[in-house]
Ligand binder design. Structure first.
Ligand code: CTP
Ligand code: CA
Ligand code: CA
Length: 707
């Protein structure tokens, strides 16, 4: 269509066009179709389930949702539904306080794995679950399963070819609605379909024909003081209105199909959408139009903004002696840069003005899985720790299977063990051998070896927390179905051990690109120079990657689809707010045990076996009863005998493994001496791990035989 035809067919004469021009151009409209992150018409939604775990339980048990209910984990509460919140209950109250405030409260204990079980289960008797805390660990699988159903329902509501959905945590998603909204706009307003006048995409669009919009029952944030509701709507208002309709339908579908209520925020970017979903809960959606952004943001503490909840936020508070957005708005960008560094300063300047160009990343694949347990009392032997490793492996393995790793041909590349003794946290990592089918037993052996490394290093007991994670998931080569997948249950393992070797894991990284607008310090975390700003100094044995994984809470994330990663390895970039995760969700396993949730005051049952006394200065006495070790002829204090035996056991394991060839065989660098090939695990004084966390192998030194 030529430009003259455009004028002939347009309902707007050149004159009326001049009078009624949108501030948006044809170019803007076309970038909306491509979900461009810099499109000023962009529309993003954030959907967050209300009191998620609590709703899972009411739905599962068919309980009337108006009844107060809390989800119990041992002696703490991890989720409180809204009827119970009306009684003033929060996650911080103890069960007895909660029952006092709300005698009607239904407390449902989370599912648990019991030692020796092959699957998690619910116990009818939460007091019994608590009594068995020593042999049980929490399973959040039921909530993950519901989470998957919700995600599938959301996707079903959206057109296949135009949807962009990012799972942001177990109970929330971001949806980039731009492309869908664009297509609806063209349908509803055919005047937008034509090519631009003079074929010039910088020409402004005609103004929308409507002067009043029906925002239905959505919470509409008031416009900025510089704006007026009397101003006619422009296309950004229309876009957000259409998005709001879509989100209302999605929420209705989730309710209808799965019986869950959720809240949503709809705005021009992820940051604002996320703030919006928490603005009015439960069961409502909040719309933040462009003309209301500044008004909306001014009411917030900036520490509630994505990426500003953690140490970066603390730094800014310290630098400017305020935590409110409105106090920082008058600060000139130059001053922000001077005090926070150029990149962080200009990033913050934009964020305070509601700018965020981070992309909605539609990958849904899991990046890591973690299984963890805090021990009260601490555990004191390799044998007991191995029992827990068995449970962790069973838990992780079943999730690998359930997540469809079998079908999707993905596999984790690394296995990590985190061990806490007193204030010291140690992490050991090993590659999961490629070219072999992953079996439950193989994972267990790897885990056991990692633990053996900790034991060999010494000071392993008493251990207060153990966690195991697998990560670095990679896509496999497709079309390799004949093998029957990469995972095999224990019983199948033997038969399959002789199966052909799988080749050719795709090296292509499908990792998301880091957003351009993440805080610059986070973007640069890889060089290690700024990591301390966000995560604090870690144990010397903790790799950069692990440090990032550990986050502020000291625990690795699970199902970390929510996280943003650097392009080449898995690195969560998010802020935790340890008391209240309103900023960015900590994940499920972060809370799988009371210790993880910082419930230090959680009462624990009387110790069935008192923990052996810590070897402290007082243990250095002359009349210590000793035992002569037949292996090394050393005299060992009797109470240390079992630890010492563990040491030999671990060393044997290590030797046994180091004598086995590493699959796939790696050439030994010429400078490597045979003795170095069996180097001790990384410990104090060992070279730091490299930036990708893959283990800093010294020049001329072969990678550890443990892998
Ligand atoms: N969770 C947790 N411990 C925390 C924070 C969250 O165990 N400190 C779990 C909760 O059980 C919760 C789920 O993670 O159900 C999602 O957390 P979040 O969205 O923050 O809270 P909700 O309970 O869903 O409540 P809201 O309605 O405020 O979103
Ligand atoms: Ca929620
Ligand atoms: Ca949430």
């Amino acid at each position: 269509m030529s430009s003259s035809q455009f004028f002939a067919s347009s309902p707007f004469s050149p004159n009326s066009r001049l009078k009624r021009r949108s501030k948006f151009t044809y170019k803007h409209l076309s970038t909306l179709a491509h979900s461009a992150t810099n499109c000023p018409l962009r529309v993003i939604a954030h959907i967050d389930l209300d009191a998620f775990y609590a709703q899972c339980e009411t739905v599962r048990l068919g309980i009337d949702p108006t009844k107060p209910l809390a989800v119990q984990q041992w002696q703490g509460l991890i989720a409180i539904n809204y009827p119970a919140r009306a009684f003033g209950l929060s996650r911080h109250v103890t069960i007895s306080e909660a029952k006092e405030k709300c005698p009607e409260l239904i407390c449902q204990h989370v599912a648990t794995w019991k030692e020796g079980d092959t699957k998690w289960s619910y116990s009818d008797d939460s007091a019994q679950a608590f009594r068995e805390i020593h042999v049980r660990k929490v399973s959040l699988d039921p909530y993950r399963i519901e989470s998957r159903k919700i995600l599938a329902t959301i996707k079903d509501c959206l057109p296949k070819d135009l949807q962009k959905v990012e799972k942001a945590s177990i109970d929330e998603v971001f949806v980039d609605l731009s492309a869908q909204v664009h297509s609806i706009m063209l349908e509803r307003y055919p005047e937008l379909q034509g090519p631009p006048p003079y074929d010039d995409p910088t020409e402004c669009l005609p103004r929308p024909p409507t002067t009043a919009l029906d925002w239905a029952a959505d919470a509409l944030v008031d416009v900025d003081s510089t704006q007026s509701e009397e101003d006619d709507p422009d296309w950004d208002d229309i876009a957000i209105l259409i998005a709001s309709e879509i989100v209302r339908d999605v929420r209705a579908k989730i309710k209808e199909m799965l019986h869950y209520t959720c809240s949503a925020g709809i705005s021009r970017n992820k940051m604002l959408a996320k703030l919006g979903s928490g603005h009015k809960k439960p069961n409502s959606q909040t719309v933040i139009r462009n003309r209301a952004v500044q008004h909306f943001l001014s009411s917030f503490k900036f520490t509630k903004i994505r990426n500003l909840g953690g140490k970066l936020g603390d730094q800014v508070v310290a630098a400017f002696n305020t935590d409110t957005v409105s106090d920082l708005l008058p600060v000139p960008v130059e001053q922000l840069k001077r005090q926070l560094g150029d990149d962080t300063g200009s990033w913050l300047y934009s964020v305070l003005r509601g700018e965020d160009q981070s992309e909605v990343n539609p990958r849904t694949a899991i990046k890591s899985m973690l299984s963890a347990k805090s021990f009260r009392p601490s555990i004191n032997s390799f044998e007991v720790a191995c029992k827990w490793l068995r449970i962790f492996v069973a838990d992780i393995f079943s999730r690998l299977v359930e997540e469809g790793v079998l079908e999707n041909k993905r596999r984790p590349k690394t296995i990590n063990l985190h061990h806490r003794q007193g204030a010291q946290t140690r992490s050991k990592q090993a590659p999961i051998p490629m070219g072999r089918i992953i079996t439950e037993d193989a994972l267990f052996d790897l885990a056991k070896n990692l633990l053996a490394q900790v034991v060999v290093d010494g000071r392993a007991w008493p251990c207060a927390n153990l966690s195991l994670s697998v990560g670095g998931f990679e896509d496999g080569v497709t079309g390799n179905k004949g093998i029957g997948g990469f995972l095999v249950r224990r019983e199948e393992a033997k038969a399959l051990n002789a199966a052909p070797v799988l080749q050719g894991w795709s090296k292509a990284k499908s990792r998301s690109k880091r957003s351009d607008t993440a805080p610059p310090s986070k973007r640069r975390k890889k060089d290690g120079s700024e990591i301390a700003n966000f995560f604090g100094a870690g144990s010397r044995e903790t790799s950069l990657q692990e440090e990032a994984d550990l986050g502020r809470n000291g625990f690795v994330d699970d199902d970390t689809t929510a996280l943003e990663y650097d392009s080449d390895d898995m690195k969560p970039h998010r802020d935790y707010d340890e008391d209240d995760n309103a900023i960015e969700e900590p994940f499920e396993e972060l809370y799988s045990d009371p210790g993880e949730r910082g419930l230090a005051s959680t009462p624990h049952p009387p110790l069935s076996q008192p923990a052996s006394p810590l070897p402290g200065p007082q243990a250095v006495q002359s009349d210590i009863e000793t035992h002569l070790c037949t292996r090394c002829s050393k005299s060992i204090p009797v109470e240390k005998q079992s630890e010492h035996e563990d040491f030999h056991f671990a060393q044997d394991l290590q030797n046994q493994h180091s004598s086995q060839p590493d699959p796939p065989p790696r050439p030994i660098p010429p400078a490597a001496k045979p003795s170095q090939a069996q180097a001790k695990p990384r410990g104090r004084g060992r070279p730091p791990l490299n930036a990708s966390g893959q283990g800093g192998v010294e020049k001329g030194q072969r990678k550890l035989a443990f892998g």
